[in-house]
Write a protein that binds this ligand. Structure first.
Ligand code: CP3
Length: 337
């Protein structure tokens, strides 16, 4: 995978799957049921190491991704966070400059120390040829959760703050940029060989705001990480960026770009992959559906993208109802390529 990220064309493209650890695996559900809250588990290196390794044992992916969540960053800034069963994450929202006073960097690395410990243990627990991926949420997506206090359909609170008071909102983004760069550097120092920035809600912004709140903060984080770790590749995943993928690739400084499900692979080969390695983009629902459709879709992606620097992945995370046998089938298709 590191060779592909460095621009090499591999005869068999490396692969991993976003959300490759998690509830679709019975061994995950079994451990999860015995243990405490999801957040406690993210801060429990014994658990986090074990569930990171579970999909590797079954499928031998070319990369392991640290088991954690993007929302540990706001949590480590002191923002109360809970994951409610069936409802997703809930945070006490910050919506004004005044609210930012409730956040603090004082206990940031102390809170995240178990995550660094998980990375350290994983770096020796996984096979040498398996790449260890660290990650964080990108500032726009983290701000979405911090300001809305949950997932959202409209993102009205965060957009109204960003559009109506860009200077005030910029203070929140600047804070997230600084701590996220630090967080990624610590993961790299603990043994992460590449890092991915998840910008799950990049696709909800008009283009001018996309430049300001997606491309520019990402560029700053990449520059801060590169200043300390010039040889560690950074993968950006601006989900839903659509036509703005090109500008993101040109302006953010990322070393590789993750394609969401909607990006046409042939277009990506001609327009993006000529500039940098790409990763993606099988529809996770295609994986859940399985059968002939899964085979055809996988072959189409490989035909379009495997001739250039490429990491096979999904266009978003594995969904819970995915039969593990379908992941097995996908693994076979990729190995036979
Ligand atoms: O990919 C992996 O295997 C590594 C672990 C990982 C998780 N979340 C574990 C998780 C990663 C990389 C993430 C990223 C993440 N988290 C994103 C960005 C990617 C994306 O999906 O768009 C986002 C937006 C989140 C925030 C988040 N965490 C939500 C919205 C939820 C609830 C929805 C859900 O699927 O339950 C979570 C919880 C979460 N994060 C779970 C896991 C395994 C489920 C928790 C459980 O076991 O109950």
């Amino acid at each position: 995978m590191l060779a592909a990220l460095a621009g090499e064309v591999r005869p068999r493209p490396p692969f991993w799957l976003m959300r490759q650890a998690g509830r679709y695996l019975p061994e995950y559900r079994e451990l999860r049921a015995k243990a405490g809250s999801f957040l406690d588990l993210c801060y429990n290196p014994d658990f986090a190491v074990e569930v990171t390794l579970q999909p590797l044992r079954r499928y031998g992916m070319d990369a392991a991704i640290l088991f954690s969540d993007i929302l540990v960053v706001p949590h480590a800034l002191g923002q109360p966070l809970a994951y409610l069963e069936g409802e997703g994450p809930k945070l006490d929202p910050v919506r004004t400059v005044e609210d930012l006073k409730r956040l603090s960097r004082d206990r940031f690395h102390e809170t995240l120390a178990p995550v660094y410990e998980t990375v350290r243990r994983l770096s020796t627990a996984i096979p040498a040829e398996t790449t260890l991926i660290g990650f964080a949420g990108a500032p726009w997506t983290i701000a979405c959760y911090m300001v809305e206090g949950a997932g959202s359909k409209e993102y009205a609170h965060v957009k109204r703050w960003a559009y109506g008071d860009p200077v005030g909102f910029g203070q929140l983004i600047d804070l997230i940029v600084e701590v996220t760069a630090d967080y990624l550097c610590r993961q790299i120092e603990a043994g992460a060989e590449t890092v991915q920035l998840f910008d799950s809600w990049a696709g909800v912004l008009p283009v001018a705001e996309f430049r300001r709140w997606v491309i520019e903060p990402t560029r700053q984080i990449v520059a801060l990480v590169k200043a300390k770790h010039p040889n560690t590749p950074v993968i950006g995943f601006p989900r839903g960026a659509g036509h703005a993928y090109e500008e993101y690739v040109a302006g953010s400084g990322v070393d590789a770009v993750g394609l969401d499900t909607t990006v046409p692979p042939v277009w990506a080969a001609q327009t993006l992959q000529t500039r940098l390695p790409v990763q993606g983009n099988l529809d996770p629902i295609m994986l859940a559906a399985g059968g002939k459709a899964l085979e055809t879709a996988t072959h189409d992606i490989l035909a379009a993208l495997a001739g250039g620097p490429f990491v096979f992945n999904l266009g978003h995370g594995v969904i819970q109802s995915t039969p593990p046998a379908h992941v097995e089938a996908l693994t076979r298709i990729l190995r036979d390529w």
